[in-house]
Design a protein around this ligand. Sequence first.
Ligand code: SIN
Ligand code: FE2
Length: 216
Amino acid sequence: MHTLDLFEATEQNLDQRLGPAAIVLRGFALPDVPALIPALDIICQQSPFRLMVTPGGFTMSVALTNCGAQGWTSDRRGYRYTRIDPDTGAPWPIMPEVFARLANRAATAAGFDDFEPDACLINRYLPGNRLSLHQDKNERDYDAPIVSVSLGMPARFLFGGHARNAPTVKVPLHHGDVTVWGGVDRLRYHGVLPLKDEPHALLGSQRINFTFRKAG
Ligand code: SIN
Ligand code: FE2
């Protein structure tokens, strides 16, 4: 094995601490993938992926949908959580048990007990799509952590500080990795670099990300 292979193997298998209360749990979601994918398909039939517009008037490259009691939306009037999908006029699809349980177990593994998310934002990245640095701060309180599940193509996640211009670390995220941040790290800036086209065996040329929050 070359040194590089060894490094990559290590990087993919070991949990990685990003802060006092932030960690990447490598492969944590893998056992749930066979249940997550069909559940995701049903969600997308009810509330399809769509491109949202930011308050500044830009169309986001990453396509979004939601499941759970609260869904994150954006339009010219701002970012907010709604109980109704503005595109369908119906409530967001119910959060599947397998989603909620995975998020709860990952939070526990990261040191946050009793995490009961009421919102799961689902992001779909195609090659070239990126998510610029931002804080997750539309939630009512910041006691609960953010639990973020990566599926499909790999991404380079940026994890920064409490100011937009603070230094960032570049974290490779692979299919099945779960990132959790809360506590003192809850409001750290984060984003995703433009996705390379490295098709995934199961999901092809896309990356799916679930971001679980306690919104309300
Ligand atoms: C997000 O911050 O909403 C998504 C992060 C990711 O796709 O990994
Ligand atoms: Fe975010």
